[in-house]
Design a protein around this ligand. Sequence first.
Ligand code: FEO
Length: 396
Amino acid sequence: MTVELKEGVYWVGVVDWNIKQFHGHEYSTHRGTTYNAYLIIDEKIALVDTVWGPYSQEMIKNIEKIIDVKKIDYVIANHAEVDHSGGLPELMKLIPNATVVVSEKGRESIPKHYHEDWNFKVVKTGDSISLGKNSLVFVAAPMLHWPDSMFTYLTGKNILMPNDAFGMHFASSSRFNDEVDEIEVYQEAIKFYANILTPFSDLVIRKIDEFKKLNIPVDIIAPSHGIIWRKDPLQIVNKYYEWAQGKNDGSVVIIYDTMWKATEKMGEAIAQGLEKEGVKYKFFNMAVCDRNDVLTEVFKTKGIIIGSPALNSGLLPTIKPILEDLKGLKFKNKVGAAFGSYGWSGENVKHIEETLEKAKIKVLQEGIKFKWQPSKEELDKCVEFGRQFAQKMKAA
Ligand code: FEO
């Protein structure tokens, strides 16, 4: 399948309906994904990005539906990660003399992935390559998503190809945002931002400010995953700007696991306390919930209350991965607290609080823990704990 974005500009990528785990098993892709590659026909021929390696031949067949692949002059590698550069080895066997256009960091990382000495051309922000009628202009975009990342803009057609930025893992038989369910698209876009781009929010703000100052027309934003923004394309740029500010909806997530329901009962009582103060909350048992979906909810909320029973002086293993994520993702403007049941020494609450502090999540109050199963009086204290958290959170 190929799709024309504008005259002479084609999507020649691949839809991967069945990938449900991305980055190894780090990121859940319930709705699959696409690897978007764009073919530009001018006096010179350019391909912007490729696809993940196993799909190289499918991409090459798509290109062949439009032109002889050997006519490609330039291959733009906006980003070295293998879901976009993975098609290079198969492609470059067919066009060994083509120029591979990379950022300065891409010049370091792409050869380290493929150990091939292709004809590289390094570009930096503001550099351009004329294709004939129109030109490609490059903008470095470090950390969106890797240090090597860059955006490519096609003059004349006003198409921005920003690679991972503004994308989402979303497989579809349609290519454009005006052809699909907007709610589903935004669910995946915010998940992508929350789980991948959050730590780089300050860079996102700076990059968008820089881009707006260029005052260039943008008719289409064509990222490397998911749908292409054709209807009101700048809507996703404005959303990124909003997401990067770290605003929240004032609600709370309670994240926990439980062995014999004692910690769960405590969590339910804490939730009652939140409710009494009119604070909305969501409740996630990490033994059965998807980590990336929960992190997306964390991204939207102000409060994070985490519970685990003690296990071997530590925490249940189901809780540990999301604590690692919180440390790495560095969500802005969050507050937190800890709770849990214990049997002997009870270091569980202290471990959670230490993680919250490392994640720069302000601990609003001393955690609450009770031995074995909580009594009626202890559960009342958990309700009060929830109330106090809600009051402090509103004041924070
Ligand atoms: Fe879709 Fe950072 O690769």
